[in-house]
Design a protein around this ligand. Structure first.
Ligand code: AFP
Length: 303
């Protein structure tokens, strides 16, 4: 696949566009992290999903938008925090790519100083698109250290992102073939227990007897636990919210792409997440993701 640059100049291939997108994301990470202490308050605005937005969300969204739209080969920028796509030049699906982000996933953790991060999906089709249109996906995790997980046709790798004394940003690969461990260890289930369906509750009771609870309120942190130790993360369909909470374009698709390439599985309870046909860019979807055997058991439990 080739992608013309923003000026219609020499074409760039998918791999170079993807690498440039994640270079741009990594470049912003130290600046976003440094800005968080001063942005732990609500902005007073709501996003396209009707959720209260933190000042940190807006800052990360602005920085990432500027950095990503400047990348040659990016034709469109779509954010969980913005109603409409930003035209970045270049025809998406005809050589240019659409980049979808959740700029600060888990921003409710700002006040409690817990993990959060940025989720990125690089689509070879205009949004709303299915996850099969992804050519790469990744996330930055602001934990004790800043890491970035990147998945593409070559597999899944984990990098440490650091700012140098001279202001430069380095990406150091610390795991070049990230795979889900065969023996699962942890689980994390979102939503309030009284709001779970009877079928999911029965499944959760089984899993609680087998695995250790690891739920931190930020999908990127909880999924990173599953990728590291093996297990399952879910934000399930709820009795009063059958589509759950997480957004397909910005959260579920990129995470499903990453975990599938790491040897796991991801479903909405019936079909693979990557096969879910969206109606709108901000569609929500139930997400169950992790070791294939645990995901298959979940689908049988909901059947
Ligand atoms: P915020 O970005 O508003 O903190 O929401 C984070 C999130 O979208 C996802 O990262 C978590 O898995 C999920 O919501 C946590 O939701 P609960 O607060 O209902 O547990």
């Amino acid at each position: 696949m080739t992608a013309p640059d923003a000026d219609g100049g020499d074409p760039a291939d998918a791999g170079s566009v993807v690498e440039a997108v994640f270079d741009a994301v990594a470049e912003t990470a130290p600046e976003i992290r440094a800005a968080l202490p001063g942005r732990r308050v609500k902005s007073g605005t709501e996003n396209a999903s009707g959720e209260s937005v933190m000042a940190g969300d807006l800052y990360a969204d602005e920085l990432l938008g500027d950095a990503i739209t400047a990348v040659d080969g990016v034709g469109s920028f779509v954010s969980e925090e913005r109603e409409a796509a930003v035209d970045a030049g270049g025809a998406v699906g005809e050589g240019a790519y659409a980049v979808a982000i959740d700029p600060l996933d888990g921003s409710s953790n700002l006040r409690s100083n817990n993990a959060m991060g940025t989720v990125v999906g690089v689509y070879d089709a205009p949004l709303p698109a299915t996850g099969r249109d992804l050519v790469a996906a990744g996330y930055v995790l602001y934990g004790p250290i800043t890491t970035m997980v990147v998945a593409d046709d070559d597999g899944v790798r984990e990098e440490v992102v650091e700012a140098g004394a001279d202001g430069s940003v380095s990406r150091s690969v610390v795991e070049d073939n990230l795979r889900l461990p065969d023996d699962p260890l942890v689980y994390g289930f979102g939503g309030r227990v009284p709001d779970w369906t009877d079928e999911f509750t029965a499944y959760a009771r089984e899993i609680e007897d087998e695995l250790k609870l690891r739920y931190g309120g930020a999908m990127v942190g909880d999924v990173n636990q599953v990728l590291t130790y093996g297990g399952i993360f879910a934000y399930p369909a709820l009795v009063d919210a059958p589509d759950g909470k997480l957004r397909l374009s910005f959260e579920a698709n990129p995470i499903a792409y990453i975990v599938e390439r790491a040897g796991g599985a991801a479903t909405d309870g019936e079909v693979d997440i990557l096969d879910v046909e969206p109606e709108g860019v901000h569609d929500r979807v139930p997400l169950y993701v992790g070791n294939e055997e645990l995901v298959e058991r979940l689908k049988a439990a909901l059947d």
